[in-house]
Design a protein around this ligand. Structure first.
Ligand SMILES: [Zn+2]
Length: 313
């Protein structure tokens, strides 16, 4: 194996790799500090923490396959203990997450799977949205929750939506998340079949402990794919960052509508809003709030209905 020089610690990084001379590629995601920081934004129940941690690793792996400068958004809508969750990863590997859950989610075992958290498989959906951010069209793939594990769902998404045969292994201890993505490149010939079968079998045999205990990408790949000639690219840093700002909060309040904002001002004399991702509190004075509608003085300007799930960021 050839490894990039100066490999950093196996933390908060995404490392892409290729199997030389074969049509197999992959990526390893390791989220430590950033995973803890994201999960610390809200008092998530243990089962939801684990699922969010896995989805954060999955989002970083999926983002590694993108070729545009946009965002990847994984969104769950369910009717079970978890009503909604969102995990985002942009091209710079900035990650954030949020969720809404019922009280009964608190008492579920930490190992409760995503499908159970989401409730009815008939009405629950995992949507994976690619937002190019440059004016290009949104792409959205919908995955039913027939499979229980996040890894299986992401594999299913890649195989059906992207039509790339893939293996995904995810692991978390509730604080850290690690993930392995292995893909067979499109157009691979029959000569690559054997290499893919061996690599896919090794990935499938990988345990959570294998991923969590590995000292680094090179050691992990060397131990599990000993016969492969692997080229490991320079890792890219992943981090927790939220794109919320006073401007975005102002835009959200505009969508809420002047009548609604006037009602809040009449009651409280100011408007408070909390970013549902990072929990940052924003407070607008009456003058600041009224200035949002300065160009449209009609009392019913904007939409009256609050967006589902609270104020967008
Ligand atoms: Zn925020």
């Amino acid at each position: 194996m050839t490894a990039a020089p100066g490999l950093p610690r196996f933390a908060d990084a995404l490392s892409r790799f290729v199997f030389e001379h074969t049509a197999v590629r992959g990526a390893l995601a390791s989220l430590d500090v950033c995973c803890r920081d994201i999960l610390a934004c809200h008092a998530y129940p243990p089962a939801l923490r684990r699922v969010l941690a896995e989805l954060l690793a999955a989002a970083a792996l999926l983002a590694s396959t993108l070729k545009f400068n946009g965002s990847l958004i994984v969104q769950l809508r369910g009717d079970g203990p978890v009503r909604m969750l969102v995990v985002e990863c942009d091209a710079a590997l900035a990650l954030r997450a949020t969720a809404q859950w019922r009280d009964d989610a608190e008492s579920l075992p930490a190992t409760t799977d995503l499908a159970t958290l989401a409730g009815s498989t008939a009405r629950s959906r995992l949507a994976i949205t690619l937002d190019p951010k440059d004016g290009g069209p949104l792409y959205q793939g919908i995955v039913g929750l027939e499979a229980a594990s996040v890894a299986t769902l992401i594999e299913h998404y890649l195989t059906t939506s992207e039509q790339i045969e893939s293996r995904v292994v995810l692991a978390t201890d509730g604080d850290r998340a690690r993930g392995l993505l292995l893909q067979r490149l499109p157009g691979a010939g029959a000569a690559d079949d054997a290499a893919w079968e061996i690599a896919a079998a090794a990935a499938s045999a990988m345990t959570s402990a294998d991923l969590l205990d590995a000292p680094g990408p090179a050691a992990l790949l060397g131990a599990h794919f000993p016969a492969a000639d692997i080229r490991l690219f320079e890792p890219r840093a992943a981090h927790f960052a939220c794109g919320c700002s006073e401007t975005r909060i102002g835009n959200a309040l505009r969508l809420l509508g002047r009548a609604e904002v006037d009602g809040i001002l009449a009651e409280q004399g100011r408007v408070g809003a909390t970013c549902e991702f990072c929990n940052r509190q924003y407070t607008l004075t009456a003058a600041q709030a009224r200035a949002l509608f300065a160009d449209d003085p009609r009392p019913d300007a904007g939409l009256r209905a609050a967006p589902a799930g609270g104020l967008p960021h």
